[in-house]
Ligand binder design. Structure first.
Ligand SMILES: Cc1cc2nc3c(=O)[nH]c(=O)nc-3n(C[C@H](O)[C@H](O)[C@H](O)COP(=O)(O)OP(=O)(O)OC[C@H]3O[C@@H](n4cnc5c(N)ncnc54)[C@H](O)[C@@H]3O)c2cc1C
Length: 492
């Protein structure tokens, strides 16, 4: 067995792992990061940008939100059901972390809200301008994967500081002696075991979004049936299982919930085209929310979970499609392409040709109900009532924004199934505000830290999309906090 020795061992070189490694090295520690994949960056390579509050960018944009205002919003949103010290420390650090990233060469488009909530939903639904969207390598527009540029800069910074990143070398076990974390066992790409000894171990393995069995056990969702998440290979819950085996306490685990069509990245234009405030019904044909609220993907995900079989359908007709094609989407997501309706006919043709079963077009509402598996009588009754409300310019059921009250009565009809979706899992390992791992009895396990989504139990039941960029924000800042505390612990 190969032997290694260092000050700080970081288990994974994704977003929070790299933040922890850089911060420990900046504070004088020698660091080895073990990474399971053949590249660094983890799920963050897929995203767009982190939260920051009080950053210089926001000051230049005259965004006045302070860390304490965000803290109060967060704590009201979660009903104080989470660790206030950890939330406070995270937001207090988050503005400085944006500058810290800029110093590494990360460039941002600016700070923006993720969506605009309708007036009637504002108190708990309005998104603040906290999302610092990263400029992609080589320029271009904001969009999925642009945060890859941030991961590249962070990887380069870690290397510059002498952090040893061992790729394709998953950690299998945390070594605990006399109640203290003293190292790890890893396996390199040739299958050789490595025993690495260190004075502190930081776990950062990104949750278990790609482990259907753990998803079912821990959250009740069945992947591919009533949950379609970004199951990024490698996110199999290793950190949680190793930490629990080492004596860590457990927190509740949730999904970072949103909604999506199955295999959405392969049908991205279609997903964007149907993510509009048209007519949304459940399997019974009943409306279940005011559709102007769908830009809040978390609230909409929750609403879909509350429907029979966790599924709903968004429906529009030929007249509405013509309106979208002419004027663009009623709601422009920051994520989907700008020209979704220019791509629509081709994308639908391709989807039908490959037998993709989650969209349909039909000459009648009856045919649409049959094709999608919606209760026919329920749908016809709903459409009749909805069209009458549209004619009266008033949504008597949910008070939806009048601008979006467009009747559904001009064939062809188009529909798409929407399911709960998830970016990944949140929580599992119990930590305190210093990111030290604790037992169920709140006793610190000396030398053991956990960061990122493995330890992110600060959202309670629902992801606070009101402060967007929050998972990357937590991952970066918990990583920085852990690196600083681990370096201090070693010096003590
Ligand atoms: C499509 C998409 C878009 C997103 N967009 C945003 C956004 O714009 N803003 C935002 O705030 N959040 C966004 N997120 C969420 C955010 O990217 C993640 O929450 C964040 O990257 C998680 O960071 P982490 O460090 O906990 O895990 P990750 O960054 O996923 O890193 C985990 C790492 O652990 C490694 N690993 C696993 N097991 C082991 C092991 N046994 N040994 C060694 N290494 C191991 C993995 O290979 C991986 O590299 C998005 C997520 C997705 C999927």
């Amino acid at each position: 067995m190969k032997q290694l020795e260092t000050d700080v061992i970081v288990v994974a070189a994704g977003l929070s792992g790299l933040a922890a490694a850089i911060s420990a090295a900046e504070n004088g520690a020698s660091v080895i990061a073990f990474e399971k994949a053949n590249t660094t960056g983890g799920a963050a390579n897929m995203g767009m940008g982190p939260l920051g509050i009080g950053s210089n960018i926001q000051k230049h944009q005259m965004v006045s939100l302070t860390p304490f205002e965000a803290f109060r919003k967060h704590m009201s949103f979660t009903h104080w059901n989470v660790d206030a010290r950890l939330v406070r420390d995270y937001y207090a650090k988050s503005g400085d972390t944006i500058q810290w990233l800029e110093e590494m060469g990360v460039e941002f488009f600016g700070a923006m809200p993720a969506y605009a909530a309708p007036e009637t939903m504002k108190p708990y639904a309005t998104s603040e301008a906290t999302w610092h969207v990263v400029k992609p390598i080589g320029g271009g527009l904001p969009g999925p994967r642009c945060a890859g540029a941030m991961m590249k800069c962070m990887t380069e910074r870690a290397e510059e500081l002498g952090v040893q990143v061992l790729l394709e070398t998953p950690v299998k076990k945390i070594l605990v002696e006399d109640g203290k974390a003293v190292g790890v066992i890893a396996v390199d790409k040739n299958g050789e075991e490595i025993e690495a000894r260190g004075k502190a171990v930081i776990i950062a393995t990104g949750g278990f979004g790609a482990n259907p069995q753990m998803l079912k056990e821990q959250t009740g969702f069945e992947w591919g049936k009533n949950l379609f998440s970004f199951a990024i290979p490698g996110m199999t819950g290793d950190g949680l299982n190793m930490a629990w085996e080492a004596g860590a306490g457990k927190t509740p685990v949730t999904i970072e919930l949103m909604y999506q069509i199955p295999d959405n990245m392969a049908h991205f234009a279609i997903e964007g085209a149907f993510r509009q405030p048209c007519l949304w019904v459940n399997k019974l044909g009943n409306r279940f929310m005011n559709e102007d609220g769908i830009p809040n993907t978390t609230f909409t995900g929750n609403a879909i979970v509350a429907q029979p079989d966790h599924v709903c359908y968004s429906i529009f007709d030929a007249k509405l499609l013509k309106h979208y094609k002419r004027n663009g989407p009623d709601i422009q997501s920051h994520v989907h392409p700008h020209d979704i309706y220019q791509q629509f006919d081709e994308a639908m043709k391709a989807a039908f040709a490959e037998g993709y079963e989650h969209v349909c077009e039909a000459d009648s509402l009856e045919e649409l109900a049959d094709k999608m598996g919606i209760d026919k009588e329920g749908l016809l009754k709903t459409v009749e009532e909805y069209n009458e409300d549209c004619d009266n310019h008033y949504d008597s059921l949910f008070d939806k924004d009048r601008a979006f009250m467009q009747p559904i009565r001009s064939p062809k009809y188009y529909a798409c199934r929407q399911y709960p979706g998830g970016y990944g899992t949140l929580g599992g390992i119990k930590i305190n505000h210093k990111t030290e791992v604790m037992t169920d009895e709140h006793k610190v396990i000396p030398g053991l830290y956990a960061v990122g989504v493995d330890a992110c139990a600060i959202y309670g039941h629902t992801y606070p999309f009101i402060l967007p960029g929050n998972t990357m924000g937590f991952c970066l800042n918990s990583g920085r906090i852990a690196g600083e505390n681990a370096a201090e612990f070693i010096n003590e």
